[in-house]
Structure formats: structure tokens, C-alpha cells
Design a protein. Sequence first.
Lengths: 290, 263
Amino acid sequence: MNKCVSAAEAVSAIESGMTIGIGGWGPRRKPMGLVRELLRSDVKDLTVVAYGGADVGLLCAAGKVKKVIFAFVSLDFMPLEPAFRKARESGAIEVREIDEGMMLLGLRAAAWGSPFIPTRIGLGTDVVTRNADLAVVDSPYDDKEWVAMPALNLDAALIHATRADERGVCEIESPDHYMDDWFARASKTTIVSADEIVPSEHFNDPDVARRVYWERNCTTKVVHMPGGAHPSSSDPLYGYDIKHYKEYGALIGEGGFDAWSSAFLGRSEADYQAAVGGVDAIHSLPLPVY
Amino acid sequence: MTFSLAELMVCAASRSFDNDGEVLATGIGLLPRLAASLAMRTTNPDMMMTDSQSYMLSSPNPVSGMTSHEGQANENWMGFARIFDNVWSGARHALVGPSQVDRFGQTNIAALGGTYEAPKVQLLGVRGFPGNSISHANSFFVPKHSTRVFVEGECDVVCSIGYNPDRLPRGYSFDDIDIRRVITDLCIMDFNGPNKQMRVISLHPGVPLSEVQENTGFELAVADTVDETPAPTDEQLAIIAELDPLNFRAKQLKDNPPGVRNA
């Protein structure tokens, strides 16, 4: 089976009104090329589930988002994501604000076919009071109350991997695969962009096989996108692009989405990469040090 | 030896970890991280710390001047999903810097002002605060003690559970919540006043108690004996300098004030 398709073809599976999950974390290993393809489409009214960075910011700025399910949207070195901040402060988006760990539980519940997972997380905080539909339930085993974190069932998940083969075996060589395995398992459709496409024999090495965090039947489509995580990082291949993030922040601040998109988005990933200095420049971005 | 207020605060904060034993200490922000690192190098060598990325370290990394993670003292892989396994076990003590703290010890890092639907200022989001606060010990680091941080009413968004009887979940008591210390640029506080009231236990050199109360939006308890926050020792200062060779700590507080006022 060959799951390799173009970005446009892969993203055509996403329809208006769907719930999509986006892998990565803040400015780290985000499937930004796939997000850019979504920005070029006419899809709207999305519900987005993410450990958010500029992926969430851009989709909000472009008017693609009805609701964001989030614990944070941040670029780490720029703590406040400029486009998300604008969207939130103008009241343009609905939100379900939950704890980082609750999001993990919601993805696990979806992956396991459970309607919810009980947790103490959120008790005593505005996570419970501000999410009116978040149930607090009795336990059959003790006298405490528990938050019933509902399954975060995804229609589609977007993930960026270091390498993949054409059958959808995906390697994440970065220091952390974050919750990407759970995004893949929680979703009906999983689209993976990969910096490199490799022959299946690549995975014969047991050390490499250990860096495969979900099975290939959880991967629906594979898109070859060298540099596709830019401006986020894809360790060990390249770091995140602080200069570009700053430029993005300034453009969003001055002229909103149109200012950024007319300068960078283009009609394809090739246009975008030309606008940010080319794939070689992306590959020379230094790895972050924390 | 002279020392800065930042160094005094780092040393004071590091002592929060003294009796923790083998717990994961997480300092969010440069000075809190420096405080946790100092504790691991001095009063609590059993402590556990990560590289802020994905490995547990047997010795803390420097907070400045590091150009690569290669060669660091890894002891186990510790990705973010696994951090939650540790968090929910309770074996962690986080030292965090909230934007607001109220009289119940509830905190806010999510948003300020306006309405919840359209806040005046969107901050980070609740992040891991709800889960941290109900799972393990937490201490707070406040670089500028003011009524903007220590607010009169409740926090604009309550991100972490505190000692608020009106919000206490069914089946829970205050004993299930573990807020340890609050270290500010003026003093050290805990929550061991009557009914878990926030309480001043130590004043930094030259700071009058009245200044602390004036800059706090609610009434504070005061310990029977209020100590003067001890000056950093030469050993502590040497280790701090080793952990922060580029002196980033000097840029964390406005004008990098000295540790002893009018010194």
C-alpha cells in the first residue's frame, strides 16, 4: 500500500465543521506545511485540539476556527502567541480551556473507545466552572467527586514526523514525540508530513523501530515535506526559526492574517519555502537549547 | 560578599526543596529553575530534575551558556507524557510564577480582565496548573510583590486549586492541597496562618512588614517570630555563578537591586 500523496490531496479529506487534532508542542515539531495547506483551502468552522503554537494562531487569524480546545497557546520564547491572543481578546472564537494532562486523557479516552476518563484534574478551578458541559460525577468506589474528562474524538489528526515510509510507518527521532501517538490513535484520519521518505528496510534497525510510536494502520496519508515543520523545529534536522516567528508576530500585529499571508503563504509549499529563504536555510537553523 | 536581590531570592526559594527527598523539582522560569538546581547541588542531592526537554538529569544543566544538550548527565528519558505519570503520582514539587495569587492561594496564568469570553489580556492558558495543584506540592515565585499580583478578590481565572472553602470538591479537605512557600522580592510566606491564611515568615534585609502588607490586596497573617531572610553563603553564590555563568540572573529583576537595601 502506498499512502504518499500531495499536501493538497491529503488535506482535501478535511471538511468544514470537522474536529481536528494537531500534534507537536508550542513551537516544536508542528505539521506547519499541512496547516499552510489548510490555510489555502476554503475549509472553515473547525474545532481545533492542540498543544498550540502558531498552528492554532494562524488558523484562528485566517478565520478557519469555530472553537479551540486548549491548555495553552504559546511559542515558549514568545510566551503569548500573537494571533491567538488577538482572536481570544476579540471574542472571535469559542474555547474549551482544559489542563494539559486532561487533553492527554481525552485523547486516550478517544483512542480506547471510552466515553470519558475520571480524573481529579480541574476540581476546584475554573476549568470546571467555565466548561459547563464538563461533567463532575460520583464514583462507585469512593465518596469523592471526579471530573469525567470526555473523549476527544478527532475527525482528522495532522502530525509531523522525522521520517516515514510509503506504507505509513513513521519515525520521530526528536527527543520527544509529545502526545502525537495519542493524536494518531484518537483520530479517524491521520495525515503525517515527514521530512524524509525512507525505504521500509530503514526500520529494521531495532533502535529505529523503537522510535515508531504508533502502528502504520493509524496513519492514513503520508506527505513528503522536507522542512515541513518550519517555522517550528524538527529535531535533530533543524531548530525553530526565532527570526521568522518574530516577523510573523509583527505582521499579525500590524496587518493581521493578510499581512502575513501576502508576504509568505504563497500558492504552494515551494512558494512558502522560497519566501523564507529556501529549504537549505531551514535545515541550517540551530537546534534549541533549553 | 555582596549579593543581589535575585540571588537572595534564589537561595530562599531553594530552601523550599530541603525536605522533599526524591521528588521531581520543576522550576519554571530562570530564577525558579536556578533555585531548584541550587537545591539539588546543596541541601537536597536526592532531588530529581529534567533538562526542560526530555531527559531526567543526575546533575542540573546550567541555565545560561549552554550551546547543546549533548554530553549532559542523562539518567532516563522523560518525555512530556511521562511527566504526567510522575505528576499524578504526587512525587513532584513545582516552583512557578503566577500572574495573580489570591488569599486562598489560588493562582492565574490564563487571562486578565474583561470577560472570560473576551478577556482584556489573554495570557498562556491554564497549562498544567489544575493538575499540578491537586496532585503535588507547589510553591510560588513572585518577582514583584504588588497588589496587582496579590489581588484583593479571587483571581480573574482560577487556574489552580487553593484553600478556598467555597470551591473545595466533595470528599476533599485542605489536607489534600499542598501549597508550600511564596517567595517574593520582599519576603517569604507560607499558608500556615489560621485556616490556611497566607502568612509572612521571613522579611528580606531592610524590608518593613508594613511594606509587605501595603503591597498585598488581602490581610496577611504574621508568624510569631519573623526572621530576616538569610544572606546567601559564599558556597551558594559560587554554585549559582557556576550554574549561571552568563549572569542571566542579573536581568530578571528590574534594575537588578542589591540583596540588602541601601547597602
